[in-house]
Every structure is written in structure tokens, then in C-alpha cells.
Design a protein around this ligand. Sequence first.
Ligand code: GLA
Length: 401
Amino acid sequence: MRAAELFRAQFGGEPDGVWLAPGRANLMGEHTDYNDGYVLPFALGQAVTAAAAARPGRQLTVCSRQEPAAAVQIALDGLAPGQVTGWAAYPAGVAWALEAAGHPVPGACVAIDSDLPAGAGLSSSAALECATALALTELAQTELAQTELAGLTVPRRDLAAIARRAENEFVGVPTGIMDQSASLLGQAGHALLLDCLTLDTSQVPFDPAAAGASLLLINTRAKHDLVDGEYGQRRAECEEAARRLGISSLRSLTRPADVDQLADPVLRRRARHVVTDNQRVLDVVALLSTPLGTPADIYRDIGQLLTESHASLRDDFEISWPEADAGVEAALAAGAFGARMMGGGFGGSVLALVPATGGPVRDAVTAAFARRAWTAPEFLEAVPSEGARRLTLQFSLTATP
Ligand code: GLA
């Protein structure tokens, strides 16, 4: 296991454990999470792993195989937003948010590895937060074993909120709760229906391979960066639309016509995307939960909803980008059931639902990019996988790539 190897090389000795937290794909519901709406993400097979050990003292030391610079030292006492920048702000933010929520954080050494492409919109940052959160809370448990706090694990839902707080308040990115929830609560063979108003969840069986289909992630290689302001601007526009409508969040709207009361055409479009994407989440869940028809019929219907969602993200929410539009178009022309841009927007990946393993779709998208002299896209299969967990030694030996 490469995180454990890095740990040995960097810190000497064996880690106390190795924890893994996956990235996520999102089947449906984009920019709906911070509008108190519905999302339907799932955990990916690709993940961040953290090999960690508690150490005496109040120092957190983190290093990463993907960040060749020296290990970063973080003083836990007096830790506050703004003190740590760059990639280490994510693990530092998690330590800060855990302590702010009253959970003890031990001094520790943490070595990070990842097979999630960064900037591909697959939530590598949330995976880093969740792997750190799980490692630090479980290390703290070992430290507390002889005390009255023994056995008090932090519920996954609370961990998701803590990891999100780290991202919002320590790193400074105003994201919703979707990514951390998918990473911590995902189950193999299922998508996670999350109601972001009540935080209720349910597991929706979702196994494209069993139906002779697959989900292809097309990394368009246009880097996305949530800190660049557009994400926050969309969020502010949604809040302004809700304010003008006199409702606490856009979740309260249930019919597309509800947005007609908004005089401002931009806010009207933003709100229409949120209302229609919320409905599409419920429509996909209905298709998966009470399958009427053959798997091919159901996947065609889900594909149609994906493609409608793309149009809404492109035309109403205006967060698509040229490589995503070209990727969707080429995928559909080559026989995909449906496709859409995924995640925060302005870069990252396209999600395409394809028959079999999507060979013709890969070829067509590659050719479409080559015609435009764009960097070749990268393809990953998105398989709904198990959420964050501690790896056993036996698993870690067999999991070595
Ligand atoms: C990013 C954010 C999520 C969500 C999506 C858009 O991934 O981290 O909270 O808002 O964008 O659906």
C-alpha cells in the first residue's frame, strides 16, 4: 500500500492504521445541495488513502505522495482559519473543525496517497477531508480507550458536517454537503439519495453493470477550481432568488412555473435549473426503485434525464464549458443513453451512461477532442462503491496496485 510505504519512508515505523475515503460521482442533482434540495451521488472506487499514527505532543504532520514538497507541520494549539494554505489546509481544517465540535484530536503523523485525478471534479478534496477525519477520530478512540469516553465514535453524518465546515470555513470554499456525504455514507451497488433539507438519506440500488450498461467519467482536462468565484456567485444568485420569492430556500419551489414570479431573467433561469434538477433526482429514483420495463428502457429514460440536466446546467445555470458540451454531444451521437457535465462547473468531468463498456463513445469523444486540438480526455469507469473505511492489513496487501 503506497500510503503506508510513504508513511514508513517519511516518518519511520509503522502507521497505526490506513483509512480510505472515496471520491464521488453524482448521478443527478447539481447545485441543489446548498439550496436544501435533493442529490443522488455515489462513492467511486477511486479514493484518497491516509496512513496515520498518533504521536505525543500537539503537532499534526502531513505529507502527500502527490505533493512532493516537504511534510507540513501544523500546530494544533491555537489553530485558526488562514494559518495553513495549499493542500494541507484540508487536513488542518478537519483537525480544527473536529476540535471546534468538541472531538479530541491527537498529535499525529499522516501520509496521504490518492488515485483520484485532482481538478477532475471528482471531489478529491472531500475525499482528503473524509480520510483525515476518519483517521483522526479513530486514532483519538485508541488514545481514549482507557477513559470514560471510550467507544464514543463520531456518527458519519456528523463527520460529513465537520468535513464540510473545514472546507467552508477553513479553506474558504462555500460548498454544500453532497461530496462529504457520498464519501462517508456511500454503499457498493447503490446511489445515495440525500435530502439536503432534512439530511435524511436512503440507499437506492444502482448497478449499471448488472443491466449491461456502465457509467463513463470523461475527464475533460479543463481544470475546475471552486475557489475561482463562479461557484460562490451561483450560490449567491440562488439565495437572492429565494429572498425575492420570500422563501427560505429554492427547495420550497416544486413547479417550474413557480419561478415565473421572478422578474430578473438571470435569477429566473438559475431558479428554474434548481427546481427542474430536484425533480429529475426524484424521477431517477423512481425509475431505479420501481423498475417498469426492461433495463434498456430504464437506462434510456435515465439517460434522457441526464441529457436534460446537461441542457439545464448549460442554458439556465450557465456553468458548462466547451469541452463538456462537445463531450456530451459526441457521446450522444455515438450511442450513449445520456450524458451531462458533473459537479461545480467550468471544468472537470462529464458523466455518460453508456451501453456495455462504452467503447464507441470513448472513441467518438477522443476524436471530437482531437479535431479541436484539445488535450486528449481521460476515461474512468464510475462504479458505485463502498464508502470511507479503515483498511485491514490483509486488504491493504491485496489492494496494492
Ligand atoms: C461541488 C460542491 C458540492 C455541489 C456540487 C454541485 O462538488 O462541493 O457541494 O454543490 O459542486 O452540485
